[in-house]
Design a protein around this ligand. Structure first.
Ligand code: KPL
Length: 297
C-alpha cells in the first residue's frame, strides 16, 4: 500500500519503520517540508536502525491508500483539513492519538475516517527514538464512511501487532481517556513517573468515579471499581514511563489537556454533570501551561 504518515514524532517513526519493513511504500509528512526524512530507531529487541524515507511529496499523497495521523490531538484537525483536498476522496484517514474530540472537529470531512488508540509506547532519547513497549492498537470507524474499512486491521496487524477492529471504537477510546485523565495530569503535577501515582489512590478513585458518571450518560456502563483496576494495571505496566503530558510540561510544550480532561468536562457539561475533581485538575494544568506559553517559551 501507499501510505503517508502525518506526524513523524516517536510513535510516527515506529509506524514508518514497521510499514517499511513490510514492504509498503511510505512517506513522512513534516510540518517544515523536506524531501527526505532520516530517523534513528531503537527496536524493541534493542537493535538500532537508521531509516530514510521520502517526505512531503504531493504526487505521492495524490496516490495515497492510507493517511496515518500520529500528531498530538491539538494538531490533528488543522493538519488533516489542509491535506485532505490533496488525497483521493476514497483514501481512509486513521487518527491515533491521546484524548478525544478530533472526530467532532472533522465532522465535515468526506474521506473515510478511522479512529485508533494504542498501548504501544515510544519515546525520544536525544537523536533517536526508542520503541519501549509493544501493545495493541484498537481501531474502528470514526465516521459513516469509515464503517466499511474493517480490513484495515488485517493490513496493519502484520505491520505492528496487535491491531484489533471494533465496530464501536468509542468504548475503547473512553477506556484510554480514563487512563489519560488519571495518569497524565497527575504525573505532570507531581512530576513523577507513572508508577509514582500508586501513592495517590484517593485521587485515582475520585477521577475514575467522575469519568464513570459521564461514561454512563454516554451509553457505556462501567463501574468506578472497574475503571480504577484498569488504570492501576496500566500504572503497573508503565511504572517507569514519563507520561507524555509530563514530557510536554518539562519541555514547556502545549499539552493535550484540552482533549483529555477538557473533553471529559465538555461531555459532563453536555449532560449537566459537575465534575469538581477533574475541573480542578484541568485548571491546574492550564495554569501551568499558560504560565510558560505567556512567557513565549
Ligand atoms: O498514554 C500515555 C501517555 O503517557 O500519554 C500513558 C498510557 C499514560 C503511558 O504513559
Amino acid at each position: 500500500m501507499n501510505i503517508t504518515v502525518l506526524g513523524c514524532g516517536a510513535l510516527g517513526q515506529v509506524w514508518l519503520a514497521a510499514l517499511l519493513s513490510q514492504g509498503h511504500q511510505v512517506q513522512g509528512w513534516l510540518r517544515v517540508p523536506q524531501d527526505t526524512f532520516v530517523f534513528n530507531l531503537v527496536n524493541l529487541d534493542g537493535s538500532k536502525v537508521q531509516h530514510r524515507v521520502q517526505a512531503n511529496s504531493l504526487p505521492q499523497l495524490a496516490q495515497c491508500d492510507l493517511l496515518l495521523v500520529t500528531l498530538k490531538a491539538w494538531q490533528v484537525s488543522n493538519a488533516v483539513k489542509s491535506l485532505a483536498p490533496h488525497l483521493p476522496p476514497s483514501c481512509p484517514i486513521l487518527l491515533i492519538h491521546n484524548g478525544m474530540g478530533t472526530l467532532e472537529e472533522l465532522r465535515q470531512l468526506a474521506n473515510p475516517l478511522l479512529m485508533g488508540v494504542t498501548t504501544h509506547a515510544a519515546r525520544r532519547d536525544g537523536n533517536q527514538v526508542i520503541h519501549v513497549a509493544s501493545g495493541t492498537t484498537h481501531i474502528g470507524p470514526g465516521n459513516k464512511q469509515g464503517e466499511a474499512w474493517s480490513e484495515m486491521a488485517d493490513v496493519l496487524q502484520p505491520v505492528l501487532p496487535d491491531v484489533a477492529w471494533h465496530d464501536v471504537i468509542r468504548a475503547a477510546c473512553w477506556r484510554k481517556l480514563t487512563v489519560n485523565c488519571v495518569i497524565n495530569p497527575l504525573t505532570a503535577l507531581y512530576d513523577c513517573p507513572n508508577g509514582g501515582l500508586k501513592a495517590f489512590p484517593e485521587h485515582i478513585n475520585a477521577i475514575c468515579s467522575e469519568v464513570a458518571l459521564v461514561m454512563e450518560r454516554e451509553g457505556f456502563h462501567i463501574s468506578q471499581e472497574n475503571l480504577v483496576s484498569y488504570v492501576n494495571q496500566v500504572i503497573d505496566n508503565t511504572a517507569e514511563n514519563i507520561s507524555s503530558m509530563l514530557q510536554d510540561v518539562r519541555i514547556q510544550r502545549h499539552t493535550e489537556i484540552d482533549y483529555i480532561t477538557g473533553y471529559l468536562l465538555q461531555r459532563g457539561r453536555a449532560h449537566g454533570i459537575s465534575l469538581p475533581h477533574n475541573s480542578h485538575l484541568y485548571e491546574q494544568i492550564k495554569r501551568k501551561e499558560n504560565d510558560y506559553e505567556r512567557l513565549g517559551t
